[in-house]
Ligand binder design. Structure first.
Ligand code: ADP
Length: 308
């Protein structure tokens, strides 16, 4: 549905996208993740036919971008990262205006507008002036505009960024609904955790290059290279730390705070075995827990190039 091959974009300052290749299958929701400046907006703007690529190819809905950008525009909906100002318009007039730009037949404009307003939960605000809307509501209106012509593919640039926690939850629920409707979606965020329960797969960009493309489970497997356990055998934590130093699998041992913190090397036995060994050595443990894996932290290490 979206197929990108060896895409590049260069400005005078240098390359912004380099050799980007990926596919988003029909009905798939793909999260485009990367730190600020990674090239997400540039990629989405190329797909939205606003920017020309420097090289490579793009095809959407089986149409080659170089052959028929006009037809691609009819089939896609694009939500930019910033809402253009139409402050003096009412919500419904704004959508009606864009419905006419999208060449929706006049007789259908009113019903299409109302259906979309319901979908994005803005029906009660249809007579409000845009200048009076909160950022969260503006984002939903921007999404409504992208949906007006019932596109097969949606390109959404940072749909949840800058929103307060409540608006964030509402927007995520709405994005999930779009996935359930069978739309093919590529949406960007610089925060991975904002996207985890919304997306089927993730495309991670760093400095214009794809550093990962796959499912969340695959991403976790890639970045969860460290397991950490916390053990408390107070008042014998010092002794415990010395005892652990005799094991090669205990790759880093810290006894600074309340617990002894141990990083497990790849050759570490399973946790039940470790606790049994400590018990056999006479330590009475009041805590023995594995630290939960911090996905965002793992992701940050991936985009800092730490994980190869
Ligand atoms: P992201 O959306 O991931 O934050 P962008 O696609 O906006 O990243 O930008 C990627 C890089 O391209 C940044 O370093 C940015 O400064 C640069 N860039 C974007 N647009 C232009 C432009 N018109 N001219 C020169 N450099 C640009």
């Amino acid at each position: 549905m979206i197929e990108v091959q060896h895409l590049s974009k260069e400005y005078s300052i240098g390359p912004v996208l380099s050799d980007v290749s990926f596919k988003v299958e029909p009905g798939e929701v793909c999260g485009l993740i990367g730190p600020n400046g990674a090239g997400k907006t540039t990629l989405l703007r190329i797909l939205a036919t606003i920017l020309h690529p420097s090289g490579g190819s793009v095809s959407m809905c089986d149409i080659d971008l170089r052959e028929d950008a006009q037809e691609i525009r009819r089939r896609i909906g694009y939500m930019p990262d910033r809402f253009s100002t139409y402050e003096e318009l009412r919500v419904d007039s704004f959508l009606e205006f864009f419905a006419s730009i999208y060449e929706i037949p006049e007789a259908q404009v009113s019903s299409v507008t109302q259906d979309i307003l319901k979908l994005v939960d803005l029906a009660p605000l249809r007579h409000s002036l845009i200048e009076n809307l909160s950022l969260g509501v503006r984002q939903r209106l921007s999404l409504a505009r992208a949906l007006l012509h019932n596109p097969e593919v949606l390109l959404l640039d940072e749909p949840v960024s800058g929103l307060d926690p409540r608006a964030r939850v509402e927007m995520r629920a709405l994005l999930k609904e779009l996935g359930d409707m069978g739309k093919t979606v590529l949406m960007s965020s610089h925060v991975l955790t904002d996207m985890v329960d919304v997306c089927d797969r993730f495309l991670v960009l760093e400095q214009g290059r794809v550093v990962f493309h796959g499912t969340l489970a695959e991403l976790e497997a890639r970045v969860a290279d460290r397991r950490v356990i916390r053990i408390n055998a107070a008042p014998r934590n010092g002794e415990l730390a010395d005892f652990l130093r005799s094991y090669r699998w205990a790759s880093s041992i810290q006894n600074g705070g309340e617990d002894v913190r141990v990083e497990l090397g790849a050759e570490a036995p399973d946790l039940a075995k470790i606790s049994q060994q400590l018990f056999d050595a006479g330590f009475a443990l009041s805590r023995f827990t594995e630290e939960p894996f911090d996905l965002e932290e793992g992701f940050l290490r991936l985009t800092r190039g730490v994980v190869s």
